[in-house]
Design a protein around this ligand. Structure first.
Ligand code: FES
Ligand code: FE2
Length: 438
């Protein structure tokens, strides 16, 4: 079927004042909706693409896919970060075919056209024979640029549409949330070597919803990991797991920033087991007691719509994800750490990362298995809606004193488990799909 705007709005039963929000599960299964998402979300607005530390040297590049579009992100020989369409202007062959590398120029293997790292064509086969001179090496036969590429504190975002706001205006409260991470290290954060990827058979939004606001699942989906963490407490020589059981009994909440971005936070019962905790005195001196406590001792999930989870909690990591099809999604995890971190803190950080998030970790398979079960459930046609209403009736509109204390403006907020976080993701989904088509 083709989707009209009214059909799209009709997928949601949105009555937060009555404490009810339902989502029609076709959002996870419909191939036409999926194509609209690629066009208007992944190819039509800001998405997260890379961290600057992944391309530290001039000439470094990496290849990614934005929606359906292969893209090169590079640092050119003048040190500027660029995004280029990874497709030769001649006949369209992909120029870069490796995940990352270092090149002063890009050579197309099909007919040999060569491009500078700044995108300008440097050499065109039989140029004088074949084309009227002079040939414009930038606009006519140069690499096509991704219209918008901007960084916020090392995190690079890009948009294939030019009609997007400045990145910082897009991020809203996500920006000060990122500050609380990056300010922990005088020389900033870096992505550590290597990464871990997994693919699950389910729609991409299942991952987004989980990390962006599902504070209800850890005690159940991650019960086995929590059991291991509990038993480890008796082993005083072990690197301890950060405790996330019964999150709702701690002081905490779930925050909605706007533009589909959300956050989860609660006070860790065992902050002393975090590698950054040792720096509490110096961070207190630099940023004051309350902000330093937030940086070292508070579980913080940030979800930047549509494809970034920046987690500073059981470990510190970037989790990014991309749709492969309507019912397949690739997730990639990058452990991040302060530049120049002491060895003992780095070891602790890596072990905590591996325990939950890496390919061999205990947490990710739990979540992926549940996403696949949700996808199977959504394929049926006899229970059309998911009931995503937790905490709506007690939500708080506008910002609050806790958020204000760390310089964050909120659209609304709720208790741990608040499914208004999912509602705001779909509000954004609807906005992008309907605006993009108007
Ligand atoms: S397709 Fe690249 S040079 Fe022809
Ligand atoms: Fe989980």
């Amino acid at each position: 079927m083709t989707w009209q705007d009214s059909d799209l709005a009709g997928l949601f039963d949105r009555r937060p004042d009555e404490g009810v929000y339902r989502v029609n599960r076709r959002v996870y299964t419909d191939p036409v909706l999926y194509q609209l998402e690629l066009e208007h979300i992944f190819e039509g607005s800001w998405i997260y693409v890379a961290h600057e530390s992944q391309i530290p040297e001039n000439g470094d590049f990496l290849t990614i896919t934005m929606g359906r579009q292969p893209v090169i992100i590079n640092r050119d020989m003048d040190g500027q970060i660029n995004g280029f369409i990874n497709s030769c202007p001649h006949r369209g062959a992909r120029l870069c075919r490796t995940e990352h590398g270092n090149r002063k120029n890009f050579v197309c293997t099909y007919h040999g056209w060569t491009f500078a790292s700044s995108g300008e064509a440097q050499w065109i086969q039989r140029e004088e024979d074949g084309y009227p001179q002079p040939l414009d090496h930038v606009n006519e036969v140069g690499l096509k640029r991704v219209p918008r590429v901007e960084s916020y504190r090392g995190f690079i975002f890009a948009s294939l549409s030019d009609e997007v706001p400045e990145l910082v205006d897009h991020l809203l409260g996500g920006a000060p949330y990122i500050d609380m991470l990056v300010d922990q290290a005088p020389e900033g954060f870096e992505v550590l070597k290597g990464y871990s990827s997994s693919v699950y058979n389910g729609n991409w939004k299942l991952m987004l919803e989980n990390g962006g606001g599902d504070g209800l699942h850890p005690d159940y989906a991650h019960a086995s990991l929590l059991g291991v963490a509990g038993r480890k407490l008796k082993r005083t020589d072990a690197i301890q797991t950060m405790q996330i059981d019964k999150m709702h009994e701690k002081e905490g909440g779930q925050w909605v920033f706007g533009n589909g971005h959300t956050g989860i936070w609660f006070n860790f019962p065992n902050p002393e087991n975090r590698p950054i905790y040792k720096r509490l005195p110096e961070l207190t001196e630099a940023y004051g007691e309350e902000r330093a406590r937030w940086m070292t001792s508070v579980f913080r999930n940030l979800s930047v719509y549509p494809n970034l989870h920046l987690l500073d909690q059981m470990a510190t990591l970037i989790r990014t994800f991309r749709p492969l099809s309507v019912d397949r999604t690739e997730i990639t995890f990058y452990c991040i750490a302060p530049v120049g971190e002491p060895r003992d803190e780095r070891i602790k950080r890596l072990r905590q990362f591996e325990e939950f998030f890496a390919g061999s970790g205990m947490g990710t398979p739990d979540d992926n298995a549940e996403f696949e079960e949700c996808q199977s459930g959504a394929e049926g046609r006899n229970l059309t809606d998911s009931y995503l209403s937790f905490g709506l009736h007690t939500r708080h509109e506008g910002t609050n004193d806790v958020a204000r204390s760390v310089g964050i403006e909120l659209a609304n907020s709720g208790v741990i488990g608040y499914e208004g976080c999912t509602m705001t993701q779909y509000d954004r989904w609807l906005e992008l799909l309907t605006q993009g088509r108007s």
